[in-house]
Ligand binder design. Structure first.
Ligand code: MN
Length: 196
């Protein structure tokens, strides 16, 4: 719902275009492929497969996760994003779980900065519907039965180099700091409330 260059204050248009039309498109194509050869009904929710991903191939894990994570990532961004989810249930839950919005941002940013190699930082709901922060390698996510952190993803940040390298090169922390300015809190808050 936005153009490639419309997030330019945080992420340049070339990065967004390559990310969407090459990287993410490849996950979608390869997922279709894996689903076909492993007998998965693609009309069923992808979450069902991710929850028992240990029963499937590495191709399904990498591309099923890749597709799911990127669909969430695009929707989590907006040219008019940034700020805080003021006055929402999500804001109240963040303040209760992490003591303040600023300390939540610090902890989430650290999860992204400290992920060695490629992966994602997550805000997710655990089994008790409590908000937690963590990270996963590669295209894994908290829905997967193989993941060290388990729960329902609320907000995900792609820290693969392909997400930021053209503008930020080795400075992942600068990318993360800038990314906060385009987070679509309306979408995230809605997502949080529907998963409660
Ligand atoms: Mn990516």
């Amino acid at each position: 719902p936005y153009t490639y260059s419309s997030l330019d204050r945080s992420i340049d248009g070339t990065t967004m275009e390559i990310h969407y039309t090459k990287h993410a498109a490849a996950y979608a194509t390869n997922l279709q492929d894996a689903a076909k050869s492993e007998g998965v009904d693609t009309k069923k929710p992808l979450e069902d497969v991710l929850g028992r991903i240990s029963k499937f191939s590495a191709k399904m894990r990498n591309n099923g996760g890749g597709h799911y994570n990127h669909e969430l990532f695009w929707k989590s961004l907006s040219p008019s994003g940034g700020g805080k989810p003021e006055g929402t249930k999500l804001m109240a839950a963040i303040e209760s779980s992490f003591s303040s919005f600023d300390s939540f941002k610090t902890e989430f940013s650290d999860a992204g900065k400290n992920r060695f190699g490629s992966g994602w930082a997550w805000l997710f709901l655990d089994g008790d519907k409590k908000l937690r922060i963590g990270s996963t390698p590669n295209q894994d996510n908290p829905l997967m039965d193989v993941s060290e952190i388990k729960g329902l993803p609320v907000l995900g940040l792609d820290v693969w180099e392909h997400a930021y390298y053209l503008r930020y090169q080795n400075k992942r922390a600068d990318y993360i700091n800038a990314w906060w300015n385009v987070v679509n809190w309306g979408y995230i808050q809605n997502r949080y409330e529907t998963q409660l």
